[in-house]
Ligand binder design. Structure first.
Ligand code: SAM
Length: 205
């Protein structure tokens, strides 16, 4: 399963320009706004799970954040981000892994996931994700998660997705996380399409 998933995502990043994929954002505005609202110190540790080629870490490095990790199943995605960052890439920890089999070796203050959890359409995949999430966070850690909303697309990158409203995400993470904020956001794809996202901020109990 992991091999097929990795091959899918490797092929996406090998064959498409990073700024042409449907999830591309010139600036990761919703994530930055969510972090701004939390007023976190720059020493806060953050992992961008399924971060792909996102420029979230670029923007955080510019702001002085010093403990950043990007995890993705697709090495070519991380290669795009590293090439873009140049020398600054050395300031970031890069992890090539399937989050559903990954065993975190440390805990993070912030776990950020934009458009990754929604690919887990089987209960056992979601359980495996939650195991990694619980092992990779501490009481007080923040989880920022964005999935397609109930009126969002049924597929992303050719794969089926599970769509969520805030109540459904809160239920999915209710074992250890308390919902603090939620909002909807319309993402505009590079092709001009509209994709409604559901965002949630949780804190670990
Ligand atoms: C829709 S893209 C979103 C990328 C990035 N979060 C963003 O907002 O630009 C989904 C990303 O999740 C990665 N991914 C998918 N399944 C994964 C898994 N099981 N473990 C780790 N990464 C995964 C893909 O390689 C891809 O980079």
């Amino acid at each position: 399963m992991t091999d097929a998933k990795r091959e899918h995502w490797d092929a996406v990043y090998r064959t498409k320009a990073a700024d042409s994929v449907s999830w591309y954002q010139p600036t990761p505005e919703p994530s930055l706004r969510a972090l701004d609202a939390l007023q976190l110190p720059v020493a806060t540790s953050l992992i961008d799970v399924g971060g792909g080629a996102s420029s979230l870490v670029d923007r955080l490095v510019e702001r002085g954040w010093s403990d950043l990790t990007v995890l993705d199943i697709a090495a070519p995605a991380l290669d795009v981000a590293k090439a873009r960052l140049g020398d600054e890439a050395a300031r970031i920890a890069w992890v090539i892994a399937d989050v559903t089999v990954w065993r975190p070796e440390r805990r993070y203050d912030v776990w950020h996931d934009r458009a990754v959890f929604h690919f887990l359409t089987e209960p056992e995949q979601r359980l495996a994700y939650r195991r990694a999430l619980e092992a990779g966070t501490s009481p007080g850690s923040i989880v920022i998660i964005a999935t397609f909303a109930p009126d969002g697309p049924e597929r992303c990158s050719g794969l089926p997705v599970q769509r969520y409203d805030a109540a459904a995400l809160a239920t999915a993470f209710s074992s250890a996380f308390t919902l603090e904020r939620e909002w909807r956001q319309d993402h505009t794809t590079p092709g001009g399409g509209r994709q409604p996202f559901q965002w949630c901020v949780f804190r670990k109990r």
